[in-house]
Design a protein. Structure first.
Length: 161
C-alpha cells in the first residue's frame, strides 16, 4: 500500500541527520484513532512533524517535508545563518537576521559579530539561556544600522548593552 518506509534528510550540516531521522520516526510511530498508521502516505502528520523539528532544533529556520514516492519521505532542512550574538554574563549565542537566538557561540566568534548583551539580572541563571527567544527584528535592524553609522564616523563599536 502507501506506507512510508524510507526517510531521507537534506540540507543539514549543524544538526545530526540521525537525530532528525529519530524525531521523524518517533512522530510516525503512532496511529490515528488507534487504527490508521501515521506512516500512511496520504495521512502522515506533515505539519506536526515540521513543527516538532523546528521546536527541537532551534538552529533550523525551515523544514519542508515531501513525498518523493508513496514509500519515501524527504525532509529538506534550512539552517539559520548567524548574523549577531546575544550575550549573557559568561556566554554568547548566535542570532539570525531576525534576532532569533539559536545556538551557543564559541569564544572565537565573539570578535566576529555584533554583540547584544542582556541585562545582568536577566542573565544570572542558567535557565535564562535565550534559545528560541528573539530580539524584535526591526529593533535589531535599527541598532545594527546605528552601529554601521558609527563605523562611518571612524568609531568601532562591537557590542550593545
Amino acid at each position: 500500500m502507501f506506507f512510508i518506509r524510507e526517510i531521507t534528510v537534506g540540507g543539514a550540516s549543524r544538526v545530526p541527520e540521525e537525530a532528525v531521522l529519530a524525531r521523524i520516526r518517533d512522530g510516525l510511530s503512532e496511529t490515528f484513532f488507534g487504527v490508521v498508521p501515521r506512516t500512511h502516505a496520504l495521512w502522515y502528520p506533515k505539519a506536526a512533524l515540521a513543527q516538532r523539528l523546528l521546536f527541537e532544533f532551534p538552529v533550523l529556520a525551515a523544514v519542508e517535508l515531501s513525498l518523493s514516492s508513496p514509500h519515501s519521505l524527504h525532509a529538506e532542512l534550512r539552517e539559520r545563518a548567524p548574523e549577531a550574538l546575544w550575550c549573557m554574563t559568561d556566554s554568547c549565542f548566535f542570532m539570525d537576521g531576525s534576532g532569533f537566538a539559536f545556538s551557543p557561540a564559541p569564544p572565537e566568534a565573539y570578535s566576529k559579530y555584533d554583540r547584544f548583551f542582556a541585562p545582568p539580572e536577566a542573565s544570572s541563571t542558567p535557565a535564562a539561556a535565550p534559545f528560541g527567544q528573539q530580539i524584535e527584528g526591526t529593533r535589531m535592524a535599527a541598532i545594527r544600522s546605528f552601529l554601521r553609522a558609527l563605523e562611518g564616523l571612524s568609531l568601532a563599536p562591537s557590542s550593545v548593552r
